[in-house]
Design a protein around this ligand. Structure first.
Ligand code: MN
Length: 379
């Protein structure tokens, strides 16, 4: 037995082939003699072929199931954007609080996925959805206060297909509705242009002043021929709507904007000034309106903290300084509305989205009026 096996392995190849050919010839001869055997062999071949087909089919089925499990289970850019798209029907902090009816909510969150005048990096259209998704990770309370107990209402996403004026008109009417409901409008963007819709609505309800946190002054009369570019939003507010403005953390300023600042007498604490001298103890002038609107462009933060924005610039604000600056601005004043804009989420970079969501929550605690009935009215 052992010898035979040994012989098989050491036999030269031509010898084996001759043997195989011989047995094939032998087999054909036997088939010719025995029809039954031939039929049997045919049947066996069909059966083998069928098994082969089943095997291939199962392999494909297995691969299909495996790729489906992978798509559902493991995060990758494709899945991130699918999640972001699904968020269009979600609302702020929805795992903690049910959607409140608009008339009884202290906050109207208005998502505006506007992205039309991108000057550097894109992605602002995904900002609101990514922020809402990240809001699910927030705690119900922020610094001992729980704004959600006064009611959150998240409006449907503003449709941003039309031109700038059409989008701003929608924002304006949604903010006006929030004011009618005695709620604080909270815009989440989307590019900075969206603030203009809120400012138009709020300026009709009494005197307001704007607090802007931004890396850019946004004071250009027009940018690339577009008067509604995100680079022009504060020029529209100060020059067209005649609203007082104080700017913080600016570090990108054109010559033209510098001249406009002087002409329109816009107060400012630029990033370099804040870095050298620290936060001003009283950041807003004495004669500044008691009712303030906070416009927070996320690029006002340092890019190490907030890389997910269209035009990041080094030397911005850090977290605790930001919260303290906002607290000082809100002291003795009323926040009648605010926006957090220019989030351009980067798949997998969760800390940036979460920072934006947390900033919204912090601003909500500052906008809360500590009264028995929740938030006081705006009027
Ligand atoms: Mn801006």
């Amino acid at each position: 037995m052992i010898r035979r096996r040994f012989n098989f392995f050491v036999r030269p190849l031509p010898d084996i082939l001759k043997n195989v050919a011989g047995s094939k010839k032998n087999l054909t001869r036997r088939f010719a003699r025995n029809k039954n055997l031939l039929n049997k062999f045919k049947k066996l071949s069909i059966k083998t072929a069928w098994h082969e087909i089943c095997y291939i089919h199962n392999t494909f089925l297995f691969l299909l199931i495996a790729s489906f499990i992978k798509a559902v289970w493991f995060p990758h850019p494709g899945r991130f954007f699918t999640q972001v798209e699904q968020m269009e029907h979600a609302h702020f902090l929805d795992l903690e609080y049910p959607q409140a009816p608009p008339e009884r909510a202290a906050f109207h969150v208005i998502p505006v996925p506007l992205e039309r005048s991108v000057s550097y990096g894109g992605g602002a259209a995904n900002g609101p959805a990514a922020l809402l998704l990240a809001s699910r990770q927030l705690e119900a309370a922020e610094n001992g206060l729980a704004p959600g107990e006064s009611g959150f209402y998240t409006a449907p996403f503003v449709r941003c297909e039309g031109d700038a004026e059409a989008v701003l008109a929608q924002v304006e009417s949604m903010v006006a509705r929030a004011v009618d409901c005695r709620a604080c409008p909270v815009l989440i963007g989307g590019e900075h242009t969206v603030s203009l819709g809120a400012l138009r609505a709020l300026a009709r309800c009494g005197e307001i002043g704007i607090v802007q946190i931004d890396a850019h002054a946004d004071l250009r009369p027009e940018y690339g021929g577009d008067p509604f570019s995100h680079a022009c939003v504060m020029y529209r507010a100060v020059n067209d709507l005649k609203l007082p403005l104080v700017q913080f953390a600016v570090r990108e300023l054109s010559r033209e904007e510098s001249a406009i600042r002087r002409k329109l007498r816009i107060r400012h604490y630029d990033a370099a000034v804040l870095a050298r001298g620290g936060l001003p103890s009283d950041p807003l002038p004495q004669d500044f309106p008691r009712r303030v609107y906070i416009s927070f462009d996320l690029d006002g933060l340092d890019p190490s903290l907030m890389p997910a924005t269209g035009a990041p610039s080094p030397g911005g604000l850090f977290w605790h300084d930001t919260v303290e600056l906002l607290r000082r601005c809100a002291l003795g004043r009323e926040i009648v509305g605010f926006d957090v804009v220019e989030l351009a989420p980067v798949p997998g970079l969760r800390h940036a989205d979460f920072t934006a969501a947390k900033l919204v929550h912090v601003l909500m605690t500052l906008a809360l009026r500590p009264t028995a009935g929740g938030r006081q009215s705006n009027s």
